[in-house]
Ligand binder design. Sequence first.
Ligand SMILES: Cc1cc2nc3c(=O)[nH]c(=O)nc-3n(C[C@H](O)[C@H](O)[C@H](O)COP(=O)(O)O)c2cc1C
Length: 389
Amino acid sequence: MRLRRSRNMTCYWHEGLFVLHPYPHGTPTAMHPAVAEILAAFEDWTGRAEAAKALDHIDPETLEEAVLALLGAGALLAEDSPEARRDAETAETWGQWAPEAPFFHYVTQDVLLGRHEETGGTPQADRADRADRADRADQVDRADSAAMPPLFTRYEDGPRIPLPRRPADLRIPYEQVLYGRRTHRDFAPGPVARSVLATLLATTFGPVDFIDCGVGGLFRRTSPAGGSRQEIDAYVGVLGVEDVAPGWYHYNALEHSLELRTEGLARERAAHLAADQEWAGRAAFLVVLAARLERMSVKYPTPRGYRVCTLNCGHLGQTFALTATALGLGPAQTGAFHDTLVAEACALDNSGHTPLYLLAAGHPVTGGEGRDTPPPATLDTFRITRLQD
Ligand SMILES: Cc1cc2nc3c(=O)[nH]c(=O)nc-3n(C[C@H](O)[C@H](O)[C@H](O)COP(=O)(O)O)c2cc1C
């Protein structure tokens, strides 16, 4: 029986141990780092005797033991086995996204979220959870409560702009908003009113109400959020907003204010931050969604929690787009941006507090399609389009 090294495997040191982590079939296994040399001898389908020849400086018994352990861990695969077929298929399917994307995807698959996950975050379930917790020593709850990060981010010392509280009109029929939403890449010049920006920020990121999670309060927004952790903060890059100087601000959702992070923002710079996409420089403002990771990880200690952060961004992005549309603005969004530069612009450490998504909006151009609007599909388009399998 010939053997081959798994094509889908990441190796790393964790807590002082060398770990082989094959996916999706294998299990993470701590082994001596010298096994890397043995795995290299099985680069392609290789018989054990042939490998032993190439590894003749290793005692044959030790080698056999290591090979069995590597087979058991799924790091070596047997020719024509279902595991080997799946391994080849996975490597081919994920292609250039490997190893980063499939590794994260599979190692967080079937991994439950961790502490409190059984509550599902619902008030009813949380209440049951609370009842259980009441039976525990009081000091445990107090310790839990003290360990909870603050619900809202606030920058004490910087200059701030309190935003108007009177909301701009949002009473436009839902159907018009839903079907009227489009991604805009061209924007009319002229600043957006401060009250319109204020309404968009409050509606998308502001608290709607507060709930009791058993170890303190949480707040809810107009978008659903995993465990109601609200780990996503909003940072606004102002290019053209009435009475707000260009620069980067944090939206303080509790206070409903803009807190200055860094001064100045040129349109060319905005485009550069968005991976050199010119439309971002034409917008009236950008909004960076940045995760404050500890708000999520304190409740969900497994890496799957990171998936939930990105899902939450998607929800907020959609609410942003629909609300911007209802306010007469053109929304846009991108996952392509210079993370490090964006973090710097927002004065974020980019470790515990890191950008995940970039949104934008401005006045849409009227009476024309605007630059960079994709043309409608024609008969010729459909001639070269495979509509179904
Ligand atoms: C997560 C995400 C990332 C996107 N990234 C980009 C981008 O980098 N550049 C861009 O021009 N449009 C981007 N878009 C916009 C899509 O191209 C657009 O949503 C799609 O063409 C459908 O058009 P519609 O939004 O008008 O329905 C992105 C959209 C989403 C949801």
